[in-house]
Ligand binder design. Structure first.
Ligand SMILES: [Zn+2]
Length: 207
C-alpha cells in the first residue's frame, strides 16, 4: 500500500509534483482509495480538483461516486487538455475512470506533475478481454507510485484482478456494475472466456 511520503505544499522549498496511479479490476476499491487520498488532502486545506471523463455518467453528472456511495464532487471533462486550465492553482488533482480518456492523458498528467501538482489517477488496468486498458499502462510507467488493488473472485474466493463481463456486448466500453461484470481470478477468468465468442476464446487460449 502506498503511504504518502510527503504531502506538504512546500513552505520552504518550491512545491514539487508527482504522479500516483491506483489501478485494478472492477470492485477492487480503486475509487474509494482515490477518495481517501483526496479527502485527506482536503482536510489539510490543500486545493483539490477532481476530474472524470464526460462519458461516465452512471451516477451523478458532477460527482465521482464510488460503489459504496462515498462520493466527492468532480468535474466531467471531454478531453484531458481541459484539466490543464481547470487545475491551475491546485495542489492535488484527482482523475477517476482514467481508462476512458485517450492517450493524451499521459502527457497532461506529466505536465501537471512537472509544474508542481500532485496527480492521483485511478482506473482499470485491464479491459474485459484482459488487455491493458487505454492510457493506464503508460501512466503506470511514468508514475512515481503505483498501487494495484484487488477484488475477490466471485467464483472461488481467490484474489481477483480481472473484470469478467457477464453481458454479451463486445464493445470495449460498456458501463455497468454488478449486472454486467464480476471480479474473477486468473483461473476463473480463463474458464469463463472459453465459453464466450471465438474471439474471446482465442484470447483465453493465448494465455
Ligand atoms: Zn476464481
Amino acid at each position: 500500500m502506498f503511504i504518502e511520503p510527503r504531502v506538504g505544499n512546500g513552505r520552504e522549498v518550491p512545491r514539487r509534483g508527482w504522479i500516483e496511479v491506483v489501478c485494478g479490476s472492477m470492485f477492487s476499491g480503486k475509487t474509494e482509495e482515490l477518495i481517501r487520498r483526496l479527502n485527506r488532502a482536503k482536510i489539510a486545506r490543500q486545493q483539490v480538483e477532481i476530474f472524470k471523463p464526460a462519458l461516465d455518467t452512471r451516477y451523478h453528472e458532477h460527482d465521482v461516486v464510488s460503489h459504496n456511495a462515498n462520493s466527492i464532487r468532480s468535474t466531467p471533462v471531454a478531453l484531458p487538455q481541459e484539466m490543464l486550465l481547470l487545475a491551475s492553482g491546485c495542489d492535488v488533482v484527482g482523475v477517476d475512470e482514467a481508462q476512458f480518456f485517450d492517450e493524451s492523458l499521459v502527457d497532461v498528467c506529466v505536465q501537471l506533475a512537472n509544474r508542481g501538482t500532485r496527480v492521483i489517477v485511478a482506473g482499470l488496468d485491464m479491459d474485459y478481454m484482459g488487455k491493458p486498458f487505454g492510457p493506464v499502462p503508460a501512466l503506470m510507467a511514468v508514475a512515481e507510485y503505483v498501487t494495484k488493488v484487488h477484488a475477490v473472485c466471485v467464483r472461488c474466493g481467490e484474489i481477483a484482478s480481472y473484470s469478467f463481463r457477464i453481458a454479451a456486448s463486445e464493445d470495449q466500453i460498456l458501463l455497468g456494475e454488478t449486472d454486467s461484470y464480476e471480479a474473477r481470478c486468473r483461473h476463473c477468468f480463463l474458464e469463463g472466456m472459453k465459453g464466450k465468442s471465438p474471439e474471446a476464446a482465442s484470447v483465453a487460449a493465448k494465455h
